[in-house]
Ligand binder design. Structure first.
Ligand SMILES: *Cc1c(COP(=O)(O)O)cnc(C)c1O
Length: 379
């Protein structure tokens, strides 16, 4: 008699609950009976990629699909090296920065090791650690921000990686230069510090600590960046890690070659070379969206959290999944935050004014309805 399959599965896999992605837009539109959908759920850049990247995508000849891409993103790494004034060997590109998270964990963790991050942040650090059999120590946020003291206190001899999401998704908080320097001084090279700067290009405050510069003085620092957010190439899946050459050399050993598709490499390289106006236009779109949305939240007397990045969070007066469904029926998709351990909050991406106005009109209706229903129940 053969073993039941479950007997073959390690306990950390048996106890792991898989993330279920949302269904594709056409499916959702059919289910919710709408003929349009504002995607405000994934912090995508609604302006689309910079013009040079759009031209590369338009001009991609189908026969090129038959050819393997550069296995190590040769030209894209050259362009990154030029942009940041670094040796291209110090970059490792992945199928989105999510893939790079896995490569870093594989490179540094073995049985019994742990990683440290926050409880309410980008969940992929925690997930990869757990389904790989490593403990993820999740430190509660302090005033919606990563808590450096508590993270340091949680370190022990088996801590290999500290993940700091700067700015943090979903709260938008970030450590300034002084907080970062103090933290790195006290980590004192005992563990790898990952600075996930997925939203770095949205910040123009001179007090924001630039990871690319920090890693020159702190050899244990690596920085994650992505083409998914500001550069609007989320669908092509390109992200990267940058660090000291010896650190990247170790990470590369665990990394799947050829994981980044050819069109993604071309588009990312073009986007990098044509980003100045694009970044300004995106930042001003986001600033305008914030100007529209925050006064409305205040008027509705709903708590919100708004920091850096192209998103805000707002606390809803009902369950977030109910609000989600009601908004979907109006063609508006937001992110429910219960899964991020913010029960009954939603996160809303900041996009062009007309979509923001549609969101607010729908959201007002839904909130008003929920409040009326609650009063009705009390009466
Ligand atoms: C969106 C996001 C990423 C990017 O993931 P990709 O795999 O590059 O698309 C990474 N970190 C954070 C915090 C994010 O919000």
């Amino acid at each position: 008699m053969s073993l039941p399959i479950a007997e073959l599965v390690p306990s950390h896999i048996r106890s792991f609950e898989a993330y279920v992605p949302s269904r594709p837009d056409p499916e959702l539109m059919r289910v919710y009976k709408v003929d349009h959908l504002h995607r405000l759920n994934n912090n995508e850049n609604a302006l689309g990629p910079p013009p040079a990247a759009q031209r590369v995508i338009d001009g991609f000849e189908p026969p090129r699909s038959a050819i393997y891409p550069s296995g190590d993103c040769f030209f894209l790494r050259q362009a990154l090296g030029e942009r940041f004034g670094m040796d291209p060997e110090r970059f490792l590109v992945g199928n989105g920065s999510c893939e790079v998270i896995a490569s870093v964990i594989k490179a540094f963790c073995e049985k019994g090791d742990n990683i440290i991050t926050a409880d309410k942040t980008f969940a992929v650090y925690e997930w990869v650690a757990e389904f790989s059999g490593f403990e993820a120590r999740l430190i509660p946020l302090l005033d919606y921000a990563f808590d450096p003291e508590a993270m340091l206190a949680a370190m022990d001899g088996r801590t290999k990686i500290l993940f700091v999401c700067n700015p943090n998704n979903p709260t938008g908080t970030w450590w300034n230069r002084q907080t970062m320097e103090r933290f790195l001084a006290r980590v004192d090279g005992r563990a790898i510090v990952v600075l996930d700067e997925a939203y770095r290009e949205y910040v123009d405050d001179p007090d924001f600590p630039d990871g690319m510069e920090l890693m020159e003085r702190h050899r244990n620092v690596v920085v994650f960046r992505t083409f998914s957010k500001m550069y609007a190439l989320a669908g092509l899946r390109v992200g990267y890690v940058c660090g000291q050459k010896d650190v990247i050399d170790y990470i590369r050993r665990t990394h799947i070659v050829y994981s980044v598709n050819g069109l993604g490499q071309l588009a990312a390289r073009a986007a990098l070379g044509d980003d100045a106006e694009h970044i300004l236009a995106t930042r001003s779109m986001v600033a305008r969206a914030r100007e529209i949305i925050l006064p409305a939240f205040r008027e509705l007397e709903l708590p919100y959290v708004s920091g850096a990045g192209n998103f805000v969070m707002v606390k809803t007066p009902a369950s977030d999944s109910l609000i989600y469904r009601q908004l979907m029926r109006r063609g508006i998709m937001v992110r429910t935050m219960t899964g991020f351990r913010f029960p009954n909050w939603i996160r809303v991406s900041l996009v062009q004014e007309p979509a923001m106005r549609d969101f607010l009109a729908g959201f007002r209706e839904v909130v008003t309805q929920v409040r009326e229903d609650a009063e009705g129940e009390e009466a």
